[in-house]
Design a protein around this ligand. Structure first.
Ligand code: ATP
Length: 663
């Protein structure tokens, strides 16, 4: 009997010290690494090895004792983080487009678990899109097609095995690129195995914007619901904007990309990520595939998607395989061998009419060794020969008639001023604050350190909003620009200096937007958004859609150079000396001031005003912001607007009454 007790005691001791005490069932499926090995690989999980954080823990880069580079995901709540699911699924499926799980480890003291993957140095697709939009690192249309094909291959493999696997969290963050640009599906924490084509899950999981509505409603996952998420991914690759963003003013609520696009190819085209340089054909095919994926009536299977994407990929001669388009090497076809001249690169372009060079960036590489170039002033030129391109920083030359750009010389700023026409939460009529150009200066700088603190305290009393104003937020400068008469004339430019961006008229500009030509009457607004991918209002950076709500709006006033100096002075002075509450007279007949609010709730009136030309450009612009710029012209959409959001439009009672009686 004692012998038996001893044996049981020894067995129990062995179990408590043995690494096989738990997760032993996983040892058959995958390699187990010791905690010690991971400590050595990551220098005890040193901060410098941190690659990023997900919902369930951190991911570190490590080098194993054999020299292999790995990514180690530490799950602090292994059950929630899908530790077991990930080991089971990933160990079972081996495919070039699925990330390799090398093993797992257990942390004895904390109970945490780690997953050890092959290290993929090309970053995830979400980061690559953001990097491309910010012109930090190119992510060309060609590479995006290749990524879509790779992801579809990996997913098709999962759905054509028995049992099949449902990934359940297909999104741009979960697709990683290796150093050659090959994409691999990653993050199988929500994945599940099933031998049936449909699988009812106990808990619906996924990511807002990507998750299929039918799956969210029923909890039943199918290949179709995975294809839906894949379609959303394609739209993200096309537009460069995330599929859902939080509403800044309604926490917990989202705006969805698909709701805005409404299946319209035209809208996708308007929002197309300009840094991708998609050819028309690639855009059209990709867009039609995306819309089929999200349409429950004509959803393709992954197998079909692979065929179509492979066809698109091989059909376009200018689409090199991902392996050849490593982000790092930016190697390319034909004469596109210069690593610096890649899509997204800033360049100077020789104007064909002369010897001057103008600044812009490469929008697309054409197979005939020419490029499509977007100039900093927004103009586009296609088929520019390589010999007409050079890297910036070379000698500067004056502007041509049609391309006044950053390459032309800076001149003395003419007399001008910025008049505050709207400040959120400030009802005092003194909001008509002015920022004036200093005589003889070359620029007018606006920002927290450029004006007195009292200026900002008054105009932006809310501290949270004030923090959105950068120390140097934007500047206005002047360049000499040769007009058709052959004479040089001063032309004003606006340059955004802040990562928070700004809104020029109804266009959102980030710090990388370059210099934009501006003129008298233009409005410059500061709005509550940042350019970082994935944060609130990121949509705003795309094609003018959903321009974020401004909290401070300035109108530019530039005196007419043909008027006498004294008249200009008088004009500037009189606009400044408006007594409180007295409206600023506009030539078209509607008076605008900020102490009277629109007094009624008629949607048709709202429509009428939005369409009319009778209010000043500043108020009109403000009005359009309130009801979303493009939609304002669209009767059916405008009617749906809630009147409440228009209550701070500055229109006098008298004139709204006139408009009303004219209806
Ligand atoms: N195998 C890998 N190689 C290189 N980087 C990786 C690897 N796996 C993950 N990463 C990086 O680590 C970071 C965190 O990844 P993780 O999967 O934990 O989070 P996520 O997918 O961004 O978010 P969530 O888990 O909340 O969906 C990401 O930036 C990802 O790119």
């Amino acid at each position: 009997m004692d012998g038996v007790r001893d044996f049981l005691n020894q067995w129990s001791e062995y179990l408590s010290s043995s690494p096989l005490k738990t997760d032993s069932h996983l040892n058959d499926a995958s390699n187990e690494y010791s905690e010690e090995e991971l400590n050595i690989a990551t220098e005890s999980f040193d901060k410098k090895c941190l690659l990023g954080s997900g919902s369930f823990g951190q991911v570190y880069k490590g080098t194993m004792k054999d020299g292999t580079e790995v990514a180690i995901k530490v799950l602090q709540v292994p059950n929630e983080g899908g530790f077991e699911e990930e080991v089971r699924v990933l160990s079972r499926f081996r495919h070039p487009n699925l990330v390799i799980l090398m093993g797992f480890a257990r942390h004895a003291e904390t109970g945490w678990r780690s997953l050890i993957y092959e290290f993929l140095s090309g970053g995830d697709v979400a980061k690559r899109i953001a990097g491309s939009r910010q012109k930090k690192e190119p992510f060309s249309g060609q590479l995006r097609v290749s990524v879509a094909l790779d992801a579809a291959c990996g997913l098709s493999h999962l759905h054509n095995m028995t049992p099949r696997a449902f990934h359940r969290d297909i999104k741009s963050q979960n697709i990683l690129l290796d150093k050659y640009g090959t994409a691999k599906m990653a993050d199988f924490g929500l994945a599940c195995l099933s031998s049936a084509p449909h699988h009812k899950v106990r808990r619906v999981g996924g990511t807002v914007g990507y998750a299929c509505p039918e799956y969210l409603r029923t909890g039943v996952i199918s290949e179709g619901s995975e294809v839906y998420s894949f379609g959303i991914l394609l739209l993200e690759l096309l537009t460069g904007v995330p599929p859902a963003v939080c509403c800044a003013d309604r926490p917990g609520e989202y705006k969805f990309l698909v709701d805005f696009l409404q299946g319209s190819q035209e809208k996708v085209q308007q929002m197309l990520d300009p840094t991708a340089g998609f050819s028309t054909k690639v855009f059209e095919v990709l867009c039609s595939i995306a819309f089929r994926c999200i349409n429950s009536r004509c959803r393709p299977l992954f197998k079909q998607l692979v065929e179509e994407l492979r066809h698109l990929h091989s059909d376009a001669p200018d689409v090199p395989r991902a392996a050849e388009t490593s982000a790092a090497s930016q190697a390319s076809v034909g004469q596109w061998s210069s690593s610096a001249l890649c899509v997204g690169a800033a360049v100077e372009v020789r104007w064909r009419g002369g010897n001057q060079w103008y600044q812009g960036w490469i929008l697309r590489q054409n197979p005939d060794s020419t490029a499509a170039v977007k100039y900093n002033d927004g103009q586009l030129e296609d088929h520019v020969p390589l010999s007409f391109l050079r890297l910036p920083g070379s000698q500067v030359s004056p502007s041509p008639p049609s391309h006044p750009t950053a390459a032309s010389s800076v001149a003395e700023l003419p007399q001008c001023q910025l008049k505050c026409v709207y400040a959120e939460g400030v009802t005092d009529t003194r909001t008509r604050y002015l920022i004036k150009s200093a005589p003889g200066s070359s620029e007018l700088l606006v920002g927290r350190t450029a004006q007195l603190p009292s200026f900002w305290d008054f105009l932006v009393p809310e501290k949270e909003l004030q923090s959105r104003v950068s120390r140097k937020h934007f500047k206005i400068l002047c360049r000499q620009h040769q007009l058709a008469d052959g004479q040089n004339h001063p032309v004003l430019f606006l340059q955004c200096l802040s990562p928070n961006g700004l809104v020029l008229n109804d266009e959102f500009l980030g710090p990388d937007a370059g210099e934009k030509q501006i003129q008298d009457g233009d409005t410059i607004a500061l709005a509550s958004c940042r350019l970082d991918a994935g944060t609130e209002e990121t949509f705003s950076s795309a094609a003018g859609w959903a321009v974020p709500k401004p909290f401070l709006v300035f109108e530019l006033e530039v005196p007419d150079p043909k008027r006498k100096h004294s008249e200009n002075q008088q004009a500037l002075l009189s606009s400044r000396q408006q007594p409180h509450g007295e409206p600023v007279q506009r030539s078209t007949g509607v008076e605008v001031f900020n102490s009277a609010y629109l007094p009624w709730d008629s949607a048709s009136f709202v429509l009428q005003v939005a369409r009319s030309q009778v209010i000043s450009p500043a108020a009109r612009c403000l009005f359009l912001w309130r009801c979303q710029p493009r939609a304002a012209c669209d009767a059916s959409r405008a009617l749906a607007f809630n009147f409440a959001i228009f209550t701070d439009i500055f229109i006098s009672h008298q004139h709204t009454a006139n408009i009303r009686s004219n209806r």
